[in-house]
Structure formats: C-alpha cells, structure tokens
Design a protein around this ligand. Structure first.
Ligand SMILES: Nc1nc2c(ncn2[C@@H]2O[C@H](COP(=O)(O)OP(=O)(O)OP(=O)(O)O)[C@@H](O)[C@H]2O)c(=O)[nH]1
Ligand SMILES: [Mg+2]
Length: 392
C-alpha cells in the first residue's frame, strides 16, 4: 500500500514527508525545492496488541513507544504541481507517474495565504483555489494517460465484446484501477460501456475525472496552521469543500520528532504533550513554547492524525498480528514481531496467503488469540486482531 503527497510548490509537502519518515530530504522556502521523488516509510499508530497480554512487542519493522505500535507503510513526496502543469508549466505533470500506483493522496495545502498558486510569496491568497486547481491537474493527468491508449483500446473492446470494467482494470492496472472502481464510475455517469469508441472528448474527460476520484481517495492536510490567517482560511475551506480536512503544523511535528530523536524531549507522535528532558537553549525553548501553544489549541500537530485517517479510515485498512494462541513469542523469543496492514474485507485466508503462499494453500482454520475461538477461511479480519493460522 502506498500513499502519495501532492500539492503546489512550497506548501510544506517535504516538511510533512520528513516529519512522517525522518528521511533526510530538502526543505526550502522557495518553489520546486523537490525535483526527484522521495520515498520513505511513514507509520500508522495503533494500540500494541501485546499490551493487552501484559507484554511489549518487539517489531521487526516499525517501533513501539509508550504502549503504541507504529506500523510502516510507503509514503511518496513529489515535486509541486502548478496550474497548467498538464501543458508543461512548472515541472509539468510527468512526475505524477511516480504516484500512479498510490492508493490515496494527501493534499498538503498552505493555509496561510502567504504563497500563490505557483508557491511564490504573496499576501491574502485564498487556499481553496489550490484544492480546485490540484483536482483539475490530477484529472488532466488521468485524462492524458487514458487518451494515450484509448482509440485502439476502445475498438478492441467493441470488436471482441469484452467486459468493459475488466478490460479497463487490466489496461490501467498501473493506476491501481480495480474492476469495482470502473463499475462505480459507470454507475455515476451515463456513459455507455458497450460503445466506448463513440465517447467524445467531454465524455472521456468525465470518465477520467470520476475514475481519478474513485481510485485516488484524498485527504487534505491543512498545513501551516501556526500562521496568522490560517484559521480564517480554514473556516472558509471547510465550508466550501467536503473532503476530510485536518489542521496541521508539519514544521512543528518535524521539530518535535527531531528533538525526540536527539534526546532533548520525549514525544510520542500524535500526542498532545511532550516532556523536556535536557537543558535547552533560549531559542529551543521559544520554538517549543510555540509548538506547545499550538498543541494546546488543536490537540496535536495533525500529522499523525492525517496518516492514521488516510490508511485506517479512508482506505479502510486493518492492522492484524500473526500470533500464536498458546504463546506470545516467535521461535526467537520476540513478542509479536509482525503486524500487517490488510485491505478492507480481507479474510483469514487472505491473511494466510499474505504470510506465505504455502500457509494459504494448507489453511485449515484460524484462531483469534483474544477469544481463542476458531474461525473459518471466510472470517473477515478486524482491526487489531491477533490471528493464528493452523495448517495441514
Ligand atoms: N510556518 C510554517 N511553515 C512551514 C510549515 N510546513 C512547512 N513550512 C515551511 O514551508 C516552506 C516550504 O516547505 P517544503 O516542505 O520544502 O515545501 P514543498 O511543498 O515540499 O515545496 P516544493 O518541494 O518546492 O514543492 C519551508 O520554508 C518550510 O519550513 C508549517 O507547518 N508552518
Ligand atoms: Mg518538496
């Protein structure tokens, strides 16, 4: 599973990315600081299942902190998009192909009104414009990909009378299009799937737009909420758009995570409080005071909240631990070393295959370690399940 970060230049995409991954990337107060994509591991924050059994887990990937387990997933940060990118403005939109296989997008919006559509310094800009033009550029990017293949593809469907949804899912699998996505799009439009060669420019554009919306769910990280005009802008944006929107202070989150890493403070991502552990300079104290005031008002910096929301709420993934119903450790004495993020509606059998194809093939039953009850292959996995697979 992969999540992409999109937005105009200078909105704080790389700051958000760095706060989430602590990868060493360039952050700069000018547009187009990022040119090549950054890939890194971000984490969803979940309760540590081991804690229910009076233990602390030993993750092979990710980490545990104060009873919370942080489970990794891939996050990608790319260059900024500007209006007209599809016609080559700014860095164009070719770089979006790095996000083709993303399951969802985090749109980082600069709420301060201090940067214009191109990321240049200005005053009184309305951030709602960014939401509209980013949607438009993403739609045009999808349209471009569809158009490249459309004419021969549509002819083939009609000649061979193949199922439209199946053919589209196959042809555009690079965009993570599933058959169900295509069916959903068709339900929302009046397009005729039996005569795709008859679709005009407008109809293909409509198809691209709704397909993009369906296959790339989006959450808005309303960033730079520490700036004076941000709150006023946020209120307007919340009224105008029905996206999930989370107020964020990415720069504050980055400072907290770095200070924690350097032992200056103790901070668990997403929490409202941190604890100072070392003597600080006046400058450090001042920076932390500003963040503390923000936490007091908003409850968190918003970054962890966005990561959790996108994976668990919007994409509907569940975190499931491979476990044993008799003991909490593996052969090397590690407590619950693994935890997998499984797509919505995954079953016990899907989980078995995720562990290993042999485990899937030889599946007999699954045991929920919490209830010690056996369940069948069709059991629908729940968030924070611990599951033992019994094989032949
Ligand atoms: N006040 C404030 N500044 C922020 C925040 N997040 C990022 N910034 C600043 O915004 C500027 C741009 O940050 P970047 O993370 O480089 O922005 P970007 O969107 O990756 O920019 P490009 O790569 O050029 O597209 C930097 O000066 C950051 O320090 C925030 O939450 N609050
Ligand atoms: Mg950047």
């Amino acid at each position: 599973m992969q999540v992409g970060i999109v937005g105009k230049p200078n909105s704080g995409k790389s700051t958000f990315f760095k706060a989430a991954t602590l990868a060493d990337v360039l952050i700069a107060p000018y547009p187009f600081a990022t040119i090549k994509p950054n890939h890194g591991m971000a984490y969803v924050k979940i309760r540590d299942l081991a804690a229910e059994f009076g233990k602390i887990s030993n993750p092979r990937e990710g980490y545990v902190k104060d009873g919370w387990r942080f489970v990794p997933f891939e996050l990608v940060d790319v260059a900024g998009l500007v209006p007209g990118a599809s016609e080559g403005k700014g860095l164009g939109s070719e770089f979006l192909n790095d996000l083709a296989s993303a399951d969802a997008f985090i749109h980082v919006v600069d709420m301060s009104g201090e940067t214009d559509a191109e990321g240049k310094t200005t005053d009184g800009y309305y951030p709602g414009n960014d939401i509209k033009f980013i949607e438009r550029e993403l739609d045009l990017w999808y349209l471009g990909i569809l158009k490249k293949a459309w004419a021969p593809f549509a002819r083939k469907i009609e000649m061979q009378k193949t199922n439209f949804a199946e053919a589209v899912a196959k042809q555009f699998s690079g965009l993570k299009v599933a058959m169900d996505d295509v069916k959903q799009v068709l339900l929302k439009t009046k397009l005729n799937p039996e005569k795709p060669t008859m679709w005009g420019e407008e109809q293909l554009a409509e198809f691209a737009r709704i397909l993009r919306k369906t296959t790339k769910a989006m959450i808005i990280a309303a960033n730079k909420m520490d700036k004076p005009k941000s709150k006023e802008n946020l209120e307007k944006v919340m009224k105008e758009f029905d996206y999930p929107i989370v107020p964020c202070f990415a720069d504050g989150e980055l400072s907290l995570r770095q200070a924690d890493k350097n032992g200056l403070i103790h901070y668990v991502p997403g929490e409202k409080k941190f604890e100072i552990k070392k003597q600080l300079s006046e400058q450090q104290k001042e920076a932390l005071k500003k963040i503390e005031d923000f936490l007091c008002e908003y409850g968190s910096t918003g970054v962890q909240d966005v990561l959790n929301k996108v994976v668990l709420d919007i994409l509907g993934y569940v975190a499931v631990f491979p476990a044993s119903s008799s003991k909490m450790t593996d052969s090397q004495g590690r407590v619950l070393p693994d935890c997998f993020l499984m797509p919505p509606n995954s079953t016990a059998l899907d989980f078995a295959y995720r562990l290993h194809s042999d485990i899937g093939k030889n599946f007999v039953k699954a045991i929920s370690i919490r209830t010690k009850q056996a369940v069948g292959k069709d059991y629908k996995l729940k968030h924070l399940d611990g599951i033992e697979i019994v094989t032949k």
